[in-house]
Design a protein around this ligand. Structure first.
Ligand code: URA
Length: 190
């Protein structure tokens, strides 16, 4: 747990941007602290703000179902967000808010040391793999940064709005499972 306790305390006490003023709870992240696979979303919504847990609302239920559909359990992976406090009305976090929070995410990645990171949606992709990522064009494309395989895919809330993207998202998840099987020698039932 070395490092985690300080990080959790710092996130919960953070006043690094305006988002702290309206939060019920900061949402640190959750899951296996030794996960090979990490998911990064945008930021907490209403349910997450109330329960201090990431991806527990409608889009979280879809994410959980997709994780289970590739043969994993939610507790096998680690789930975090770009910003830890809810943007009002679920708006996209501003660049200043994202930058103020990114140090926490970097520390989470250093602590978990995942083999694979899946970026859920444009905001997660923008602040990790680059400003010019477009999800419809670039989803499912692998790149390797600092020894970690990274892939952008659709945010589950986008899939709830537009079901026509689900088949593409499912192919992305199958690609994630294939890569996970390779790096873990089939630990999750390859
Ligand atoms: N959307 C996100 O990006 N993150 C959450 O935790 C919930 C919804």
């Amino acid at each position: 747990m070395a490092g985690w306790i300080e990080l959790i305390n710092e996130i919960n006490a953070c006043e690094g941007c305006e988002l702290c003023r309206r939060r019920t709870y900061a949402v640190v992240g959750e899951g296996n602290p030794d996960a090979e696979l990490m998911f990064i979303g945008e930021g907490p919504g209403e349910d997450e703000d109330r329960l201090a847990r990431p991806f527990v609302g409608a889009s979280g239920q879809l994410l959980t179902a997709m994780i289970e559909a590739i043969g994993l359990r939610r507790r096998d992976v680690y789930i975090a967000n770009i910003v830890k406090c809810r943007p009002p009305g679920n708006r996209t976090p501003s660049p200043q808010e994202a930058e103020a929070c990114l140090g926490f995410l970097r520390r989470q990645v250093q602590l978990v040391r995942p083999e694979i990171i899946v970026l859920l949606g444009a905001t997660a992709a923008k602040y990790t793999i680059g400003q010019d990522v477009r999800i419809r064009r670039d989803h499912g494309t692998w790149s390797r940064r600092a020894g970690v395989d990274m892939m952008p895919t659709f945010h589950p809330s986008a899939l709830l709005r537009d079901e026509s993207q689900k088949a593409d998202a499912w192919r992305d998840f199958l690609s994630v499972k294939k890569r996970l099987d390779e790096v873990t020698n089939g630990k999750y039932g390859g």
